[in-house]
Design a protein around this ligand. Structure first.
Ligand SMILES: *[C@@H]1O[C@H](CO)[C@@H](O)[C@H](O)[C@H]1NC(C)=O
Ligand SMILES: *[C@@H]1O[C@H](CO)[C@@H](O)[C@H](O)[C@H]1NC(C)=O
Length: 314
């Protein structure tokens, strides 16, 4: 075990030219199965994790990238060769509101100051959640800020703004929301979520060219197999990974445990349920990004279940 970890770490550091190269932002809980899969289950030559995401696929040395479906769709708009090949985790984002601001129901968020990060999945989430209660864009004020992964949270972060009442509510990925709840006190806040209105579908992407290149595809299929084993551990034996995940993203384990249930670890179906969800998100996103919404046919081309199917049949 010790030896295995050491060689996996060496693989992460050496960065060979011919091994698998995986791009993801390394700050968030969502990316941690990528690390776990490389360290524990990947049977290919070597695998290297670099900072980036789906946009990194324009660099031909990158084999796969990971990001929320929101960034996937944004990038697909200018790169029709990008493919969503698997779901790593689905996360029901949460919005926390201060009862002291007179908020009991979603409808009470009208006219309030709501923290989120523009241009990201978090902004899409806030919009989709509020519009599920009939509140339109422009009927609330969006306030930018930073996330926080571990208390104490500094000045510009959402939990600090929430505590000082600079904002009435905020919605973003974890663990910031949990830290906001903890900062103000569970009894003083109300938490909203709605997985049909918005859930993050954090996914794995590759280019069509890589998927048609036999050698690259083989590595990608092996990696998807390693991820499949990883999901099993994350889902069924979380106590085995809490400490690793906590260390990787700088989160305290008790906080991680509180948000774990909102994370549904892969693989997730790439069928109609996903396509309908993307189609629904596109109604908002295409308007926000001032482009034509992808048709169902275009989305069916974007989502490619063949890699996962090949991994599972091999
Ligand atoms: C959740 O969101 C969906 C989609 O916007 C909406 O139809 C549904 O009423 C919402 N559920 C609740 C409990 O608000
Ligand atoms: C995928 O993972 C499941 C456990 O979740 C395991 O039973 C199955 O054998 C795995 N499939 C492959 C192809 O490795």
């Amino acid at each position: 075990m010790r030896l295995l970890c050491f060689s996996a770490l060496a693989a992460l550091l050496i960065s060979p030219t011919h091994g698998l190269r995986v791009a993801a932002s390394q700050s968030w809980i969502e990316h941690t199965p990528l690390v776990y899969a490389i360290q524990n289950f990947y049977k290919g030559d070597t695998a290297t994790l670099v900072n980036g995401g789906v946009a990194s696929l324009s660099d031909k040395s990158i084999d796969v990238g990971a990001n929320a479906e929101t960034q996937g769709l944004k990038n697909y708009a200018s790169h029709k060769n990008y493919r969503l090949i698997g779901i790593i985790v689905e996360v029901t984002y949460r919005l926390v509101a201060n009862k002291a601001a007179g908020i009991k129901t979603l409808a009470d968020l009208k006219g309030k100051r709501i923290g989120t990060i523009s241009g990201t999945s978090a902004e899409v989430f806030v919009n989709q959640l509020l519009s599920s209660a009939g509140i339109a864009k422009g009927q609330y004020t969006l306030v930018n800020g930073q996330v926080c992964m571990r208390a104490p949270c500094g000045g510009g972060t959402f939990p600090a703004q929430f505590k000082s009442k600079a904002i009435d509510a905020f919605g973003v990925w974890e663990t910031a929301v949990q830290l906001g709840i903890d900062a103000v006190g569970e009894d003083n806040v109300v938490v909203f979520k709605n997985a049909s209105a918005y859930r993050e579908v954090y996914s794995l992407y590759a280019t069509d060219e890589k998927l048609m290149d036999a050698a690259a595809r083989k590595k990608i299929v092996q990696f998807v197999r390693a991820l499949n084993h990883t999901y099993d551990v994350f889902r069924n034996q979380p106590e085995k990974v809490y400490s690793t995940v906590g260390k990787l993203v700088g989160v305290d384990v008790p906080v991680l445990q509180k948000v774990w249930a909102d994370h549904v670890w892969g693989p997730g179906s790439l069928g109609d349920r996903l396509l309908s969800y993307l189609e629904y998100e596109e109604q908002y996103l295409s308007k926000a990004d001032r482009r034509t919404a992808f048709t169902r046919a275009e989305l069916s081309k974007f989502v490619d279940p063949s890699v996962y199917q090949e991994a599972m049949s091999g």
